[in-house]
Design a protein around this ligand. Structure first.
Ligand SMILES: NC(=O)C1=CN([C@@H]2O[C@H](COP(=O)(O)OP(=O)(O)OC[C@H]3O[C@@H](n4cnc5c(N)ncnc54)[C@H](O)[C@@H]3O)[C@@H](O)[C@H]2O)C=CC1
Ligand SMILES: O=C(CO)COP(=O)(O)O
Length: 341
């Protein structure tokens, strides 16, 4: 079993949250209700002005009220980063390099960086924490990720939820997890940063596959077999790329994360896949959604990384072929149908 760290402390602190989507909004709701002061950076000035006036996000989780004494919105990232102890990244991975292009090492010095992102930096094919370490020199001991099965929409409704905070530093994971625990949410800390992060990236691709098969008319029986096979696929990939003997893939930070995305009505990736299965082009599916399906970008990165490792990943291959090689969903899933057991 991966070491689970007991959470004891609760620290008053000031945190910057970068990103204006659903997950940023949900995280801000939790932290601000726990008395943490939030400096919130959003890309659009109109959104910043709206939040200052009406104290809720105009575009995502619009019903979640935000306490203006705890949450201040900023349009200039520099201002949002001033004097904070933690920086939480909640911009979809594909847009991270552009969003952070004006920052330098000084902005990250002596700060802990928490990635709430479940995606990979395209082209460089790096996990977000790897990229932050490379670009800004943040030591691994100051890095952690928020993982686990948790949709922003259910946090907004205060439905009982769980999160996994992963960092190679016990103190970093434990301190940040302690800031999240509340009436409707439990966070626990583990040490397997890269394992959790890779799993979170790959499960989005699997959810896309679930959506595609649903859109094609396959039923729950097929999906259950595909998700079981997907877990084996994730296992093989992690063993090849980042082996760790203590990892427990059955725990909620891994299997739970896959299940919620594969089955939930709220899943962006499943919704996107469903449109592809029903015959939408990638462009039209993206235009239809006001949200970002990370799996679309991630499948290219994972496919390219796996060219080095040669792990057997038929589900990833099928999704890659459909989204990037213009392969017909019916024939790709047909090939998969004969493989699965
Ligand atoms: N929504 C959720 O329940 C959860 C989301 N996450 C992760 O959180 C990260 C952020 O996703 P969500 O908050 O769900 O986003 P979302 O799908 O709710 O909203 C899309 C976000 O992308 C931003 N965006 C769109 N086009 C952009 C561009 N060209 N440049 C910069 N930003 C752009 C929008 O401003 C908005 O913040 C993702 O990595 C996602 O996987 C992780 C766990 C749960
Ligand atoms: O990672 C997530 C929930 O854990 C969000 O991604 P989806 O919206 O595709 O499920």
């Amino acid at each position: 079993m991966t070491d689970i760290i007991e959470i004891k402390k609760k620290l008053p602190t000031q945190i910057a949250v970068l990103g204006g989507g659903s997950w940023a909004t949900a995280i801000i709701k939790i932290l601000s209700e726990n008395n943490v002061k939030i400096k919130w950076w959003l890309r659009r000035k109109t959104d910043v002005d709206f939040i200052k006036k009406y104290n809720h996000n105009p575009s995502y989780l619009t019903d979640a009220p935000l306490n203006p004494r705890k949450v201040k919105a900023y349009h200039k990232m520099n201002d949002a980063l001033n004097g904070v102890e933690y920086i939480i990244l909640a911009v979809p991975a594909a847009f991270v390099p552009d969003a952070l292009k004006n920052l330098n090492r000084r902005h990250f010095q002596d700060k802990r960086v928490v990635s709430a992102i479940k995606g990979m930096i395209p082209n460089e094919n790096l996990l977000v924490t790897d990229w932050i370490e490379k670009e800004f020199g943040v030591p691994q001991t100051n890095l952690c990720v928020i993982a686990g099965p948790c949709h922003a929409e259910e946090v907004a409704l205060e439905k009982q939820s769980y999160l996994t905070i992963a960092s190679p530093s016990k103190a970093c994971a434990e301190d940040f997890a302690s800031l999240l625990n509340c009436r409707y949410l439990q966070a626990h800390a583990i040490l397997d940063l890269y394992g959790v992060e890779y799993c979170a990236v790959i499960k989005n691709i699997i959810a896309l596959a679930c959506g595609i098969t649903h859109g094609l008319g396959y039923g729950d029986n097929f999906q259950a077999v595909m998700v079981s096979n997907a877990m084996q696929e994730i296992h093989r990939f992690l063993d090849a790329v980042y082996p760790e003997t203590k990892r427990d893939l059955h725990s909620s930070g891994y299997l739970g994360d896959l299940l919620v995305t594969a089955y939930s009505q709220f899943s962006r990736n499943r919704t996107f896949g469903n449109m592809i299965g029903r015959g939408y082009s990638v462009k039209s599916a993206q235009m239809e959604m006001n949200m970002v399906a990370e799996g679309y970008y991630a499948v290219k990165s994972i496919h390219q990384i796996n060219e080095r490792y040669g792990v057997e990943m038929p589900i990833i291959k099928a999704v890659y072929n459909i989204l990037y090689e213009k392969a017909a969903p019916t024939s790709e899933i047909g090939i998969l149908k004969d493989y699965l057991k």
